[in-house]
Design a protein around this ligand. Structure first.
Ligand code: ACM
Ligand code: ZN
Length: 770
């Protein structure tokens, strides 16, 4: 990673408040905080932490608090079971509350009291107290307060893939500490995949002897070039027990994932008889979804799975065991005599929705489920386990959007929501990807994470009860080092913690941003690597039809001074200081920077504005964009802002799927137009095609339109292509007040395309009339 991306920001967040005063506006925000009128509590080195006798978990809680305070204020309060007369922090687990994670935190001049409905609840009270504590050496003043708090969701998850790139046990502990800081109670540990088997299984030693090592790794995105460097690693059962205990001490359940029947090449390279063809196989060196999966037509596959899972359940006390189930191609099963015989023997039939091999995967899942159920455990799987027949007691992890979660909840199954659109932390967190460590793609900034609502409107209140909670996932194809893992995790995990902890009505992104710098002070103190994009200048750029201009609103989360230029030059302290929103009416390249007094400049925000006659005019869409790609809607088409050429998910491209694009632009008075220019984003691999037809019409009353120009576009490609295409229609000048622009996608994707016959997407960033 470049130095640039790992630098820490000195936020100055303490400057605005008294430096030694605690502040209860932490992340995640407690449900009820009532400052009271009493004298504050003064924390000093003589304060003691009191915990109930004969409760080992509470003793550990007390030790955690002492250690956390030591990290922040430089002295470590003594812990004791004997309550002093005055000046102590008392921990109790005697609160009566239906929510077992509820706690209360009370501060007065004599003591700080944390009382929880369980030891875990007390731990969250401790986390709140910890995050309220400023980073100062010396005494700290805690204002008198009454806090009552409990989480919205009982399942608060974070997944880390250590199969693609191994991380040592010591780092897993650090990662668990990061989860604890964010009140997360479930660590989903993705332990096996095509590129590496990472858990010691005594019955099958070759899993780690052979399956934990790959000879080399592909460079970039399956470039065909390899790094020539072996990669490997695994956890011994001793290490795993130690990590599970470490997590348990921090009230975190570890859910292990053994991904089956796909993503099994590492295991099959060790035991090739597990595959349909018998191999040979090798531990994968590239990324993707591979055709070779476990053979479902032979008993030895089940003997193997039960052998592995028997050891897994002795190591992991978690009620839920993750069995993967994602991305299992059926091509081998379609050809395998054993798999086909099994299908016959079981009387499996396909239907209009799924071929018979999908039902064979359901059979595998259900057998594994029965085995685990017999041992008192339940399965959780990726949403592919819905394809075919859902195993009776399975929890579904909805990742390909929220649709799987909706379907499962309607079927009365528990659901974890973890959609790629909001909660995939391997995706980029900024549109300026050239300045980032290389990544898988996508775009999930902090704000996108924060905006996620786990309970979709399509569900009834009763169905919503099946949503156990949200989780974020960090896949590590392109993430090798611990510091890169941290960089992708923080601060998005802070936003995650609020969607896990807060009720929807309590969420407020701006308020969250203002609380975030104090949490980042803790990251700095603990030496965590994090992404600092949230400290960059935030620009809200919106067409303002009344003024015929683009309004520009610049801000930072800590109100740092912002300077800008409009001519494309780099802004400095000598540039114009931003004091209030302003307007842009002509072509410009806006550049803005936050310059903090510490001299740590933010990255430069840069945006070109290209003005046409139609820019910033009132615009109406007569058709609906795709819900996932509608962003701020119609005005995106006339805002003078053009989209990224390699990423259609940045919010500059508006996408249509089930519909044509039909937009009416009101020029506000008769305007002469002789040219219409539209840009399409094309990436056929993502089902996004070029337009098939563009029609321009004009009108003076906005009701009766006459044709001005039309163009049909022939796409002659016979293989995938990706490009940003500008379509310019020139015509004899027409003077009119209203212009209607229609863009039609291809009615069906061509035969060479995997989605042949289906409707394509179109993505457009701008309509420019001149
Ligand atoms: C997944 O991202 N393959 C679950
Ligand atoms: Zn087979």
């Amino acid at each position: 990673m470049s130095k640039k991306t790992t630098k820490s920001v000195t936020t100055g967040s303490q400057a605005a408040v008294e430096v030694n005063k605690a502040c209860y506006d932490v992340v995640p925000l407690p449900k009820h905080t009532q400052l009271t009128s009493g004298e504050p509590f003064v924390l000093s080195s003589s304060v003691k932490i009191v915990y109930p006798t004969a409760n080992e978990k509470m003793r550990k809680n007390a030790e955690f608090l002492a250690e956390y305070l030591y990290q922040l204020v430089g002295y470590k309060p003594a812990t004791t079971t004997v309550k002093p007369a005055d000046k102590y922090i008392e921990l109790n687990n005697s609160l009566r509350d239906n929510n077992t994670e509820a706690y209360e935190l009370h501060v007065d001049s004599k003591s700080i009291q944390i009382n929880g409905a369980s030891e875990a609840a007390v731990f969250y009270g401790i986390q709140t107290l910890r995050k309220a504590t400023p980073l100062v050496q010396g005494n700290v003043v805690f204002p008198a307060v009454d806090i009552k708090d409990h989480p919205r969701y009982a399942y608060r998850g974070m997944m880390l893939d250590i199969a693609r790139h191994f991380q040592p046990a010591s780092f897993i502990k650090k990662y668990i500490d990061i989860l604890a800081l964010h009140n997360i109670n479930t660590f989903h540990w993705h332990l096996t995949d095509d590129q590496g088997w990472r858990i010691e299984i005594k019955k099958y030693p070759k899993l780690t002897e052979i399956g934990s090592k790959r000879s080399e790794t592909v460079i970039g995105k399956n470039s065909g070039k390899f790094d020539g460097t072996p990669h490997g690693g695994f956890y011994t059962q001793h290490e795993i027990k130690d990590i599970v205990q470490y997590a348990s001490d921090r009230h975190i359940t570890v859910i292990p994932e053994i991904d089956l029947p796909g993503h099994m090449l590492a295991a099959m390279s060790a035991y090739p008889e597990l595959g349909c063809t018998g191999g040979p196989y090798e531990v994968e060196k590239q990324w993707g979804v591979f055709d070779d999966i476990l053979c479902a037509g032979q008993e030895k596959t089940f003997t193997f799975l039960e052998g592995v899972l028997s050891e897994v359940i002795t190591l992991f006390p978690s009620k839920l065991i993750h069995i993967g189930g994602d991305e299992a191609p059926k091509v081998r099963w379609e050809k395998c005599p054993r798999c086909q015989a099994k299908i016959k023997e079981l009387g499996i039939k396909g239907d209009e929705k799924h071929g018979k091999e999908f039902y064979l995967q359901s059979y595998v899942t259900e057998r594994v489920e029965k085995f685990l159920n017999r041992h008192g455990r339940n399965i959780i799987g990726w949403d592919e386990i819905l394809e075919g027949k859902l195993a009776p007691n399975a929890t579904v992890m909805s990742w390909r959007g929220i649709g799987g979660g909706i379907e499962a909840a309607r079927l009365g199954h528990n659901v974890i929501m973890t959609p790629t659109s909001h909660l995939y932390f391997d995706y980029y967190q900024t549109t300026e990807t050239d300045k980032e460590p290389f990544g898988i793609g996508g775009y999930v900034p902090v704000k996108q994470v924060y905006s996620f609502e786990p309970e979709p409107d399509q569900l009834t209140a009763a169905q919503k009860k099946f949503i156990l909670g949200p989780q974020a996932n960090l896949w590590t194809e392109y993430i090798k080092t611990p510091s890169h893992v941290e960089y992708m995790t923080m601060p998005r995990i802070a936003a995650l913690s609020e969607i896990q902890w807060l009720d929807a009505s309590q969420k407020n992104y701006d308020n969250f941003l203002h609380r975030l710098p104090r949490l980042i002070d803790v990251y700095n103190r603990l030496g965590y690597t994090y992404a600092s994009h949230v400290f960059d200048v935030q620009a809200v750029l919106q067409p303002h039809p009344a003024n015929g201009a683009l309004s520009v609103n610049l801000s930072t989360i800590d109100n740092a001074p912002v300077y800008y230029t409009l001519d494309g030059s780099d802004p400095t302290v000598n540039s114009t200081a931003y004091t209030a929103p302003f307007h842009i009416k002509e072509n410009a390249t806006l550049q803005a920077v936050a310059i903090r007094k510490t001299g740590s400049n933010s990255r430069i925000f840069s945006q070109e504005v290209k003005v046409a006659k139609s820019s910033f005019k009132p615009v109406t869409l007569l058709t609906k964009p795709d819900l996932q790609y509608s962003y701020s809607g119609a005005t995106m088409l006339v805002d003078g802002l053009y989209g990224d050429k390699t990423n259609y998910k940045t919010g500059r491209w508006i996408g249509f799927h089930a519909q044509d694009l039909v937009a009416v632009i009101d020029m506000q008075q008769p305007a002469q137009v002789s040219e219409a220019s539209l840009r399409n984003y094309v990436e056929t691999g993502e089902w996004i095609f070029d337009a098939a037809e563009i029609i321009v019409e004009s009108s003076n009353d906005g009701k009766n339109f006459t044709s001005v120009a039309a163009e049909k576009i022939m796409d002659k490609h016979t293989t995938h292509w990706a490009e940003v295409v500008t379509h310019t229609l020139k015509f004899s000048p027409v003077t009119a007040r209203y212009f209607k622009v229609t863009m039609k996608p291809v009615s069906a994707m061509p035969d060479w395309h995997p989605g042949k016959g289906k409707r394509a997407y179109i993505f457009v960033d701008e309509i420019a009339l001149n």
